[in-house]
Design a protein around this ligand. Sequence first.
Ligand code: SAH
Length: 237
Amino acid sequence: MDKLKDMLKRIGIEPDEQKQRQFSGYRNAIIEWNKKVNLTAITNPDEFENKHFVESLIIADKQEFKEAEKIIDVGTGAGFPGVPLAICFPDKKFVLVDSLAKRLRIIEQIAGELQIGNVECRHGRAEDLGRQAGLRESFDLGVSRAVARLATLAELVLPLVMLGGSFAAFKANNSEEELIEAKAAIHKLGGTPLNTQRMLLPGDIESLPVYWFRKNRPTPKEFPRRAGIPSKKPIIK
Ligand code: SAH
């Protein structure tokens, strides 16, 4: 796990024994479970390290992340980007959300076994959780990777972010069009664009982009709409 160790140094994290045990334990457990339940398409250990661990950690350097105490990962899947961040920052609290209960229960069990004590798994559709008192507008930071196009994703994540908080969307290269398309949605949901983050990764490879938004107005009551609507009819004007 040399690339991961290099990455931890870049973000100022000491790769102590506990973190190394948690990272390798997590990777091994996911790859093992993946034989029975579909959790991830990536099962090559090196690729796993790069795409799942290193890429999840690129936001660690960002001021908005450093200041956040309560973070929600929407559509966490096999735990990304939430779990690697939780391993590195045990003082921050992470809520991992997914609509697939089976997947989420496995993540919860593995995190428990590895004593990753700062993650809480919440089963549900983000559209439903975003209307629940206690969850709505209660997180310093909302993060998400590979869940939906940005116009849809904004409606899943921004309602959960508190006023003054931020939203970080992990995206693919060449996603600028998505960003333009999402302008209306971001605005309607109470956000404004902050900037695009990229980081130089181990091996001097440029990371994928992360789009950052600030929540500076409350999300209007009508959002999020009913489960399924944000993806069927994204806000595009
Ligand atoms: N973030 C992970 C997984 C991406 S796959 C990664 O980058 O590796 C997308 C995940 O989002 C799936 O596990 C799916 O169940 C979940 N998902 C999709 N729509 C959702 C919604 N509306 N609410 C909650 N989870 C959702």
